[in-house]
Design a protein around this ligand. Structure first.
Ligand code: GLN
Length: 194
C-alpha cells in the first residue's frame, strides 16, 4: 500500500511511524507530484490555518481536491477541519466533506483531554480505544452522503465518514494502538464510496 502523509506542518511523523508499523509504503507529501500513485493520504493534526495557507503556497489545494474525488483521505483534528465544507470563518479549506465543524470546541478548561471509548467499526471492537483530544474540533452537522460515525456520550460527533473520506477530532497517531490506521488502510484499499 502506498500511502501519503501531508508533511507541511503538524504531527505527520507520528502518522508515518504508525503506518510503517502496519507495513505501508509511506511518502511525505509536500508537492503536488508526490500524490501520484498514492492510494490514500493522511492530513495530520497541527494548526489548520497554517496548514491551509501552506497548501495554497505549495499549489496543493486543487491537486488535493482532485485526489479526494477518487482516493481515501483521513484528516485528524486540524486535518479534519481542512476536509470540512464549513468552519464558520475565513481560512483555506479543501471543502471535500459535507460537514460543518467547530474549531477548539471544548472550551479552555477541557480543551485537551483523554478518554476510553468503544469504537464499533474498528478491528477487535470490544477493546476500548484511548482517544486523545488536543484543542480538537466538534463535528456540528453532516449532510448528504456524509455520516457521523462516532459520538461522545453527550451526543457530540467526533468522527465522520463520506465514502473514502474520514475525519476524526482526536489523534490516534499519538497512541500505540494501530487500529484506526488499520481501518484507514482498509478504506484506502476498498472500492467503496459509501
Ligand atoms: N486547534 C487546531 C485548529 O483549529 C487543531 C488542533 C490539533 O490539530 N490538535 O487548527
Amino acid at each position: 500500500m502506498k500511502i501519503g502523509v501531508l508533511a507541511l506542518q503538524g504531527d505527520f511523523r507520528e502518522h508515518r511511524i504508525s503506518l510503517e508499523k502496519l507495513g505501508a509504503d509511506v511518502t511525505e507529501v509536500r508537492l503536488p507530484e508526490q500524490l501520484e500513485g498514492l492510494q490514500g493520504l493522511i492530513i495530520p493534526g497541527g494548526e489548520s490555518t497554517t496548514i491551509g495557507k501552506l497548501m495554497v503556497a505549495y499549489g496543493l489545494l486543487e491537486p488535493l481536491r482532485t485526489f479526494g474525488q477518487t482516493q481515501a483521505i483521513w484528516g485528524t483534528c486540524a486535518g479534519a477541519i481542512l476536509l470540512a465544507k464549513e468552519v464558520g470563518r475565513e481560512q483555506p479549506l479543501l471543502s471535500l466533506m459535507n460537514m460543518e465543524i467547530k474549531r477548539n470546541a471544548f472550551g479552555r478548561q477541557i480543551d485537551s483531554f483523554e478518554m476510553e471509548m468503544v469504537v464499533p467499526f474498528l478491528p477487535s471492537p470490544e477493546k476500548p480505544y484511548h482517544l486523545t483530544f488536543i484543542r480538537g474540533p466538534i463535528i456540528t452537522r453532516v449532510w448528504g452522503d456524509a455520516r457521523a460515525v462516532l459520538s461522545l456520550p453527550d451526543g457530540r460527533a467526533i468522527a465522520a465518514r463520506q465514502g473514502k473520506l474520514f475525519a476524526t477530532s482526536f489523534h490516534p497517531e499519538l497512541t500505540n494502538d494501530l487500529r484506526f490506521h488499520q481501518f484507514f488502510l482498509e478504506l484506502a484499499k476498498s472500492e467503496s464510496t459509501g
